[in-house]
Structure formats: C-alpha cells, structure tokens
Design a protein around this ligand. Structure first.
Ligand SMILES: *[C@@H]1O[C@H](CO)[C@@H](O)[C@H](O)[C@H]1NC(C)=O
Ligand SMILES: *[C@@H]1O[C@H](CO)[C@@H](O)[C@H](O)[C@H]1NC(C)=O
Ligand SMILES: *[C@@H]1O[C@H](CO)[C@@H](O)[C@H](O)[C@H]1NC(C)=O
Ligand SMILES: *[C@@H]1O[C@H](CO)[C@@H](O)[C@H](O)[C@H]1NC(C)=O
Ligand SMILES: *[C@@H]1O[C@H](CO)[C@@H](O)[C@H](O)[C@H]1NC(C)=O
Ligand SMILES: *[C@@H]1O[C@H](CO)[C@@H](O)[C@H](O)[C@H]1NC(C)=O
Ligand SMILES: *[C@@H]1O[C@H](CO)[C@@H](O)[C@H](O)[C@H]1NC(C)=O
Ligand SMILES: *[C@@H]1O[C@H](CO)[C@@H](O)[C@H](O)[C@H]1NC(C)=O
Ligand SMILES: *[C@@H]1O[C@H](CO)[C@@H](O)[C@H](O)[C@H]1NC(C)=O
Ligand SMILES: *[C@@H]1O[C@H](CO)[C@@H](O)[C@H](O)[C@H]1NC(C)=O
Ligand SMILES: *[C@@H]1O[C@H](CO)[C@@H](O)[C@H](O)[C@H]1NC(C)=O
Ligand SMILES: CC(=O)N[C@H]1CO[C@H](CO)[C@@H](O)[C@@H]1O
Length: 614
C-alpha cells in the first residue's frame, strides 16, 4: 500500500495538522450528506468535473470527530445491514451443510446483535490482486451463475458486513462500488463501448478507440492532464496520485473518461447501500512521515469509508466527513466558513491506496526503454520523490487490510483474508502480511486492536500454511483479548499459475479469466472436489465465535474442520530451501504468454514523461 503524497494532502487537509475536537458531537455529522435519494455512486462533484469546488457551508458546519466510537452513520447503517442479511445468512449457512447442527434453528435463536459479523479483506498486489480477489468475490457472490451449487460458497458476500480493500484490492472494491455494486461476472463480461475491466490495454496505454493507437495514447494522456489541470486551476495542489488515479479510473469506472466527477462519498447516497443491501466498503491508505521513504509498523493507517476519512490510531484518532475533505479544519472546525467538496474523487481515493509510479522509477533499469527515456522518466520521478510528492514504497508489509476489521467497535467474528502478495522468490505469498498485522497488534499504536497469533514465515512455508486455506485464532480461549478468527486464503496455483509480477500491467482476456477462475477455485477448494467438506468448514469458521458465545457444543464436523484447517501452534522456523508449488488441478491453457507490452508501455511512459516535463 502506498500512501502518496497527494494522499498526504488529502489526509492532511484534514487530519494532519489538526488538533482534534474530542467532544465533537456525532449528531453534527448527521446533519449533512444523506439528504438526496440518489441511485448510485454518482458524478456529484460540485464542479461537475475533476476539480473540487467551494460550496455553501451547511447550517450546521461539518466537524472532525474523535475516533472514540463508530460514526452515527455506521451505527445506523449496521442496523439496516444486519436486518438485511438475516435471511440470506440463514439460507447460506444451511446450504453450507454443517452435519450435526440444525443450522436453521440455531440461527433463528440469534438476533441482529448476536448473529455473526463477517468481514472480508482483499490484499494489495496490483492487477494480480485485483484478479485473484475478484475470483474470491465471484465465488462468494450468489449472483454468480452456479455459485450456490453443492461445494460452492455463493451467498457469503450477501452475508458479509464489511468489505475492505487495499491497493489492487482497493481497485477491485472501488470498481464494484462505483459501478452500482456490479457483480464480478458483470464486470468481466463488460459491455460494448465500455472500457471497464479491459485489462488487455495497460493503464499506461489507455483505452482503445478508433484510430491509430499512438494518438489514442497521446490524447488519453492529454485528457488526463486537462482533468487534473482543472483541479490545479481551482487552487488545489496536485501530485502524481492525481494522474495515476485518473488513469486507473478509465478501467475501473464505467463512465465517460473514467467518471471525473465521481466521488467516494457519493457511495453513501446509493439507496440500496442505505438500505443495507451491500457490505460497507472500506479502503485503506498508509501514511509516512515527510522525508521518510519507508513505511514502518508504526505508520498511521487511514481508512476511507463512504462517510468519513480518518484513523483509529492514537497518532490521529479522528475522522473527518469525507465529502468535506479539502476544507480547512482547524481544531476540528471550519473557521473560515469556506466549505469545499469534490476532493474525494473516486479514482483519487483508489489511487491513494496504491501508487505504482515510483516502482517504475525503482525498476526502470530493468525495462527495455531506451536510455533517453529512462533518463527522462527518472528525472521526473526523482523530482517528485524529492519534493515528497509521492511515496517511494510500493509494498507495505501490512498488505492485507485487516486494520479496519480488527477495530473493537466493529466486533468482527471472522475475516476472510485473500492474500495476493508477492513474497517468495517465486512470487507467491508466504504470510508476511499476516505477520506484520500480528506484530503491529503488539505495538502501542494498535490501540486495543487484537489479532490471533501468527507463526513466522518460515513456518508458514514449511507447514504449507501458505499453500491452502488456513484458519488462525480458532481457539478463542487462547486469546488475550477478543480477536476474529482469520480464514486465510493465499494465492496458490490451482488451475492457473497466478504468481505473475506486480509489474505486469496488461492481461489478455484468457489470462485474466484464468486468474479469476484460480481465485474462485482456491476459495471453494476446487468447487468441493479437493475437500467434500469445505463448505461445512466455511460455515464452522463463521459460527465458531458464536458457538463460544452461546455455549453450543461444537459439531463433530467442525471439530474435524478445525483439525484440518487451523494452525495448531506448531513451529518449524528452519529456512526452507525454496518454494515452487505445483498446481493442484489441471491448469487452464491460455492463448498468449503474459503480455507486458513493453513497446506500448514505452510509448505511454514517454508520453507521460513528456507531459510531466512540460
Ligand atoms: C452434506 O454432508 C454430508 C456429509 O457430512 C454428505 O453425506 C451429504 O451428501 C452432504 N449434502 C449435500 C447436499 O452436499
Ligand atoms: C439479542 O439477544 C441478546 C441475548 O439473547 C439480548 O441480550 C439482546 O438484547 C438482543 N438484542 C436485540 C436487538 O434484540
Ligand atoms: C452452470 O452449470 C450448468 C450445469 O452443470 C452448466 O451447463 C453451465 O455451463 C454452468 N454455467 C457456468 C457459468 O459455469
Ligand atoms: C467451478 O465452478 C464454477 C462455477 O460453476 C465453474 O465456472 C468452474 O469451471 C468450476 N471449476 C472447476 C475447476 O471445477
Ligand atoms: C456500462 O454503462 C453502460 C451505459 O450506462 C451500460 O449499458 C453497461 O451495462 C455498463 N457496463 C458494465 C459492465 O457495467
Ligand atoms: C513503535 O513505536 C514504539 C513507541 O514509540 C517503539 O517502542 C517501537 O520500537 C516502534 N516499533 C517499530 C516497529 O518501529
Ligand atoms: C486554515 O485556517 C487557519 C485558521 O483560520 C489558518 O491559520 C490557516 O492558515 C488556514 N490554512 C490554510 C491552508 O488556508
Ligand atoms: C539506473 O541505472 C543508472 C545508470 O547505471 C543509475 O545511475 C540509476 O541510479 C539507476 N536507476 C535506478 C532507479 O536504479
Ligand atoms: C517471505 O517473504 C519475504 C518478503 O515479504 C521475504 O523477504 C522472505 O525471504 C520470504 N521467506 C520465505 C521463507 O519465503
Ligand atoms: C467429511 O465429513 C464426513 C462427516 O464428518 C466424514 O465422514 C468424512 O470423512 C469427511 N471427509 C473428508 C475428506 O474429510
Ligand atoms: C496460543 O497462545 C500462545 C500465547 O500467545 C501462542 O504462543 C500460541 O501460538 C497460541 N496458539 C495458537 C494455536 O494460536
Ligand atoms: C483501547 C485504547 O487503548 N484506546 C485508546 C486509543 O487511543 C486514544 C487516543 O490516544 C485513547 O484515548 C484511547 O483510550
């Protein structure tokens, strides 16, 4: 994850320099925002374009609040969501076939307070993470064809309360929510005339239009520059993240020019969302101190939800109303009576959770760009890096967005964590992200968050915990404070060798679909073919904390599942000799080899460099 500068600008205007009004009334926030009954994420930036604009302040001006509770909006929304998922969760868990438990009767005894709270966390890792995460979400979504058949887990998404994404995972979550909670299948299918999810054209090339490709790319960049220019003209700082976020939006938001006026806060205006009809989307961005290029475990983590931007960490411990980010909050209040809106542009928010450009800097010498272009681009990016306009780290160890899901106020019982990190030499994950979150939970900055014990990465590899689903924190009595059970779903080869590089920026349809299918099959254990009891085990993981709360005897099949899937505390920290897992099922043959089209990327980078230099 990356926290770009601009990021800093965003959080900044808000959180950075502020002394927090610890007693800000939550009711204040209620006064604003949710008036309009609009259908979906919408282009509601007051300027009508990419730029933020000054608006009339509401009678009760927006304020920054202390992080000492959930927001009043979230509290009210949770009631709606818990009610909305009651029937789908019952249907889903009955279908999971937990032999020996009268699942329907068990759930009927629970209410909206005592029912399980499910969270999902989709890791970073560029397009690899987007595609692998998409496979999981497709499997979990009961709208996917055949996903409610025997051996499948469709309906998990419809039973989930929180869906968190980081970096590539944030692109996935953001794309789904900015497109009216479209299913993965709909986005994969695409539609004529739409560039959404057309990953065969890389983000540096731009979408295909009629005409000659080189001109397309040039006009794509000039459109982006014009859009960001409106923000600069309106008196706001811009950064590489603005360009990056705009470019991403062409692929992720199904609207002309990537929807320059779409805002993240508009998600809260969607009537289906307001009625609890989808999980609460949460994006994470990391921060770094100015002048530092390394993100440490002690870095402050920021959360974007549809209502607010802020942090639960004691270093910030405040939330600002997202739609007014960009206004000058001093001591938590707007003292100059100037309100600004439209700063939380959706692409900018997604870009804030991921900033790839510096990796081109770091890896530029390994590309086949000619020397002139390498120099030009290096100059541009060095400038940006030196002016602190962007972070120089693509990869933060905390690559799975657990932080918002382990906040005690949210009472999450189980987290389905999809890890598409690139850790080992062979580009598979080895649990580094789990270890990072666990270690952070032991630091002062964790501020009451708890996470189950996680073994070292050597143990992960030696015991194969990174090669198949693994549950952590199964035994609630072994925890010092309440923490969720983690269902870890590592990127592993089932039907595709999905360990492609983070720097692969374009995917032909066959490869993209194979990667999505791999994520699907990984989260269903080969649609049940690798373990006929997998769905029961998913159900057992979801109900585990509930069994404790209600003093229910754990069904035999769950005991069997926990024996099979829970890490039992065994360690083997010897350094493994390497990690080269074989595919568990028949690999889908795809037409082309991985396509990192260096030639077009070169052109596009050249165009970008030219623009930035001008
Ligand atoms: C439910 O699980 C049992 C074994 O525990 C199995 O015999 C039965 O076929 C399963 N039912 C379905 C619908 O999958
Ligand atoms: C749910 O059930 C618990 C325990 O049975 C009870 O304490 C609580 O008040 C109930 N909550 C609601 C919203 O009914
Ligand atoms: C769904 O299952 C049916 C019956 O097995 C099959 O014919 C169909 O192709 C499947 N659809 C998808 C999208 O997998
Ligand atoms: C798993 O099920 C999905 C949905 O029915 C289907 O598209 C896919 O081909 C199946 N894959 C395997 C390996 O069984
Ligand atoms: C994209 O938007 C167009 C026009 O609103 C719509 O017809 C199409 O279904 C959308 N496509 C996707 C994949 O959402
Ligand atoms: C985090 O900060 C605490 C308190 O300042 C310090 O003791 C600890 O060593 C730091 N940890 C890391 C990983 O930087
Ligand atoms: C924000 O407001 C404070 C207090 O009115 C003022 O001192 C500060 O200069 C303002 N900051 C900006 C960036 O306008
Ligand atoms: C790339 O190579 C050049 C020449 O060897 C060197 O000066 C430059 O620092 C390198 N750039 C990076 C990002 O490693
Ligand atoms: C695990 O991944 C980290 C990078 O995240 C790497 O430094 C380490 O060598 C890897 N260890 C093993 C055993 O794969
Ligand atoms: C699945 O569960 C049933 C019932 O508990 C058990 O008899 C069977 O051995 C299990 N199958 C596997 C592959 O674990
Ligand atoms: C149980 O707790 C101890 C102490 O925190 C820890 O070392 C151990 O790994 C835990 N066991 C499991 C299975 O999580
Ligand atoms: C549970 C816990 O330790 N909460 C603390 C988080 O940080 C804030 C700000 O420092 C404290 O006020 C809380 O007590």
């Amino acid at each position: 994850m990356k926290f770009s500068i601009a990021v800093a600008s965003a959080a900044l205007a808000v959180c950075g320099a502020i002394v927090i009004a610890k007693d800000a009334s939550p009711q204040v926030l209620e006064a604003e925002v949710l008036a309009a009954a609009v259908k979906r994420a919408l282009p509601n930036s007051p300027s009508g374009e990419y730029a933020p604009a000054v608006v009339t302040c509401p009678t009760t001006p927006p304020t920054v609040r202390s992080a000492s509770s959930l927001s009043s909006e979230e509290t009210a929304w949770l009631e709606k969501r818990k009610t909305a998922i009651t029937a789908p969760m019952r249907e889903f868990l009955v279908r999971m076939n937990i032999t020996g438990l009268d699942t329907g009767a068990y759930l009927d005894k629970l209410n909206t307070t005592t029912m399980p709270t499910i969270g999902m966390a989709i890791s970073g890792g560029g397009y690899r993470a987007l595609l692998n995460g998409a496979g999981f979400l497709a499997a979990a979504d009961d709208r996917t064809a055949n996903s409610t058949n025997t051996g499948q887990i469709g309906g998990l998404l419809q039973s989930t309360t929180y869906l968190a994404g980081l970096s590539g995972g944030a692109w996935l979550v953001g794309s789904i929510y900015n497109n009216n909670f479209s299913s993965v299948q709909t986005l994969m299918d695409g539609s004529s005339g739409s560039d959404v999810w057309r990953f065969d054209r890389s983000v540096v090339e731009g979408p295909e239009e009629s005409g000659i490709s080189l001109f397309n790319t040039a006009s794509y960049f000039s459109d982006i520059v014009d859009q960001v220019g409106t923000k600069v003209d309106a008196g706001f700082d811009s950064s590489i993240t603005d360009y990056w976020g705009r470019a991403l939006s062409y692929q992720l938001i199904n609207a002309t020019d990537g929807g320059p006026a779409y805002t993240w806060s508009s998600l809260a205006l969607d009537t289906t969302f307001q009625a609890g009809g989808m999980p609460l989307p949460l994006l994470i961005a990391d921060s770094r101190a100015p002048g530092k290029t390394v993100i440490s475990l002690n870095s402050t983590l920021f959360e974007f939800n549809p209502w607010e931007l802020g942090s639960w960490d004691p270093t910030t411990y405040a939330f600002a109303p997202l739609s007014y980010v960009g206004s000058n909050f001093t001591n938590g209040n707007i003292s100059d009576n100037v309100c600004r809106q439209g700063y939380d542009q959706s692409g900018f928010v997604m870009g804030t959770s991921s900033s790839l450009f510096n990796q081109f800097l770091l890896n530029i010498n390994s590309t086949s760009l000619n020397e002139f272009l390498k120099d030009a681009i290096t100059d541009v990016l060095v400038d940006i890096g030196e002016s602190d306009d962007d972070i120089a780290t693509w990869y933060d160890l905390q690559n799975i967005p657990f932080n918002p899901l382990i906040q005690p106020f949210r009472n999450v019982d189980v987290i389905f964590a999809v890890d598409s990190s690139m850790d080992t030499d062979s580009q598979w994950c080895n649990g580094t992200a789990l270890v990072a979150t666990y270690e952070r939970s032991l630091e002062t900055i964790s501020n009451g968050t708890a996470f189950p014990s996680i073994p070292d990465v050597n143990t992960m590899v030696n015991l194969g915990l990174n090669a198949r689903p693994t549950f952590f924190g199964c035994d609630a009595s072994n925890l010092t404070s309440p923490a969720p059970l983690v269902v870890y779903l590592p990127n592993s080869p089932y039907v595709a060798l999905s360990n492609v590089s983070t720097y692969q920026l374009s995917y032909d349809e066959g490869q993209a679909n194979a990667m999505i299918e791999n994520g699907y099959v990984a989260s269903t254990m080969g649609n049940g073919t690798l373990d006929e009891n997998w769905t029961a085990c998913v159900g057992c993981a979801i109900l585990s904390r509930s069994f404790n709360r209600t003093g229910t005897t754990v069904p035999d099949i769950c005991t069997q599942c926990f024996t099979n899937y829970c890490w039992d505390g065994t360690l083997n920290a010897t350094t493994p000799s390497g990690y080269e897992p074989a595919a568990k099922l028949t690999v889908i043959s795809t037409s082309g080899a991985p396509t990192f089209r260096v030639s077009s990327v070169s052109l596009a980078l050249a165009a970008m460099a030219g623009i930035l230099l001008s």
